[in-house]
Design a protein around this ligand. Structure first.
Ligand SMILES: C[S@@+](CC[C@H](N)C(=O)[O-])C[C@H]1O[C@@H](n2cnc3c(N)ncnc32)[C@H](O)[C@@H]1O
Length: 268
């Protein structure tokens, strides 16, 4: 793989970061005290945060597998997170060894680990760009990305558990529209997003707690999440709570525990 972006030497350990808090929920080891404290506080507000993270990760596995089985060979994953096995390229390349994958994340700590962990098959390709989804043109125009992704061919764009870190005043809908408009017909969007629909009070407190730790967040209702798919054709079973998207097996999870919508849509 190649890696592009800023040097990973400016990791801010003074405030919590969403990637490192998420890593803590997933049982990873890549966090600082400030992240662990913020994550522990979030867990006292919502003891299901680990379930949310695991269900989200499982959605990424199933949707990526589905894309590869459907014939998609190019993947762009924005807001990748700290590498956690299996990573998206491992899921895709297990089915399609020639799959080409570009990861993008804003957090320099992801860049630091990306190099060590994201190894492609010989037939395929992986790349990592440090980028801010709020500047979609900088992602689409990235030279290294364009060496891996051919935008004349279908791409599976995944933006999982990221857009709840982009409040309305940062134009999240316009961002998704810009990204999707660059994709060829036959491309897909996979998107997951936390919601307060099943326990509004808890999620309001969580958003507040994240904000107090320096992480801006906004959960959205089902119609608000659906809006991200405007102009696209949602694949069965539509926008559902994460564990209900084409599950491999039945689970005892409840909508309130998972509190994350997930969907996949086709660009005709
Ligand atoms: C909850 S994690 C989700 C990780 C992964 N997508 C997954 O579903 O397992 C959110 C990720 O979004 C990244 N992120 C947050 N704001 C971002 C932004 N403005 N641009 C790019 N990435 C961002 C964080 O650094 C973090 O890695």
């Amino acid at each position: 793989m190649t890696v592009s972006g800023q040097p990973a030497d400016q990791i801010d350990t003074s405030t919590a970061h969403s990637a490192r808090m998420y890593d803590y929920y997933l049982g990873g080891k890549t966090q600082y005290k400030v992240d662990r404290e913020a994550a522990e506080q979030a867990l006292t507000i919502n003891p299901h945060m680990r379930t949310v993270a695991q269900a989200n990760r499982a959605f990424m596995h199933r949707s990526t597998r589905w894309f590869a089985e459907t014939g998609i060979r190019q993947f762009l994953d924005i807001g990748t997170g700290i590498p956690t096995e299996p990573n998206l390229h491992q899921v895709a390349q297990k089915i399609a060894p020639d799959a080409r994958v570009v990861y993008a994340d804003i957090d320099p700590i992801v860049l630091r680990w990306a190099e060590a962990l994201m190894n492609s098959t010989a037939e395929g390709r992986t790349d990592y760009v440090q980028a801010d989804v709020r500047d979609p043109q900088s992602i689409l125009g990235n030279e290294d990305l364009r060496k891996v992704i051919d935008f004349n061919q279908p791409v599976a764009l995944s933006i999982n558990a990221v857009l709840h870190f982009v409040p309305d005043d940062e134009q999240p809908y316009e961002i998704v529209e810009t990204l999707v408009s660059a994709l060829a017909p036959g491309s897909y969007l996979a998107l997951s997003h936390c919601t307060g629909d099943f326990d509004a009070e808890t999620w309001e407190r969580l958003v507040e707690a994240y904000g107090e730790k320096g992480v801006r967040a906004q959960v959205r209702t089902k119609p608000q999440v659906l809006r991200f798919f405007d102009g696209l054709e949602l694949m069965e079973p539509g926008l559902v709570v994460g564990h209900c998207w084409r599950p491999d097996e039945t689970t005892d999870l409840t909508d309130a525990e998972v509190s994350l919508y997930a969907g996949v849509a086709l660009k005709r």
